[in-house]
Design a protein around this ligand. Sequence first.
Ligand code: TMP
Length: 214
Amino acid sequence: MSLFVVFEGGEGCGKSTQARVLWRRLLEQNMPVILTHEPGGTVLGNKVGRALKGKGESPISPEAELFLFAASRAQLVTEVIQPALQEGRIVICDRFSYSTLAYQGYGRGLNLPTIEMLNGLAAQDIEPNIVIFLDLLPEQGLARKPGLQDRFELEALSFHRRVREGYLKLSASDPDRWLVVDATLPEKKISEIIWGKVSQLVPSPCHRKGEPKH
Ligand code: TMP
């Protein structure tokens, strides 16, 4: 049984940490699970990700940014996500199409239906079973990431506020798919909330090596 779990959220919300915690927990239960992330997860995606996040000398236009994220996603879906789901694995992806709607759509102001169309093309219309959104005020998230900042972290607070508003709208429009978690809660509490939801969607623990099958 395949399952596609996506983590979303603004800067510093802790989604990468939580994605790893969930991945380890599923691995411990002998579940066939992979963890990947956007932008990246493939050789091409990693190159694109570096170009997008780096504080390059020449600015990237919002449209070019949109196409680059879509290119990274298209490669990741073809190379990693689609084959893993076809093999019946659980796929955990740190960011997916919703990041493009939130950042390039709500954040940069690009046309949402156009982004949805591109997202569908890049993702081959694959949609996650569950989207885990770690919600946090942007000022709190950015404060968790001092020091070297990437191109997105350096954006104005107003940009990050629009991104959060976007996520809130997206989650409200599809409450059956989205799990909204207060990212100010302690890390352990957050992982328990996530496990409470995801464990309902995965089959009962696979039998461990040496244990009898029931
Ligand atoms: P992260 O690896 O820290 O999550 O950084 C990825 C950055 O790229 C983050 O600031 C969000 C941004 N992003 C977009 O703007 N659009 C997208 O579609 C994706 C996947 C990420």
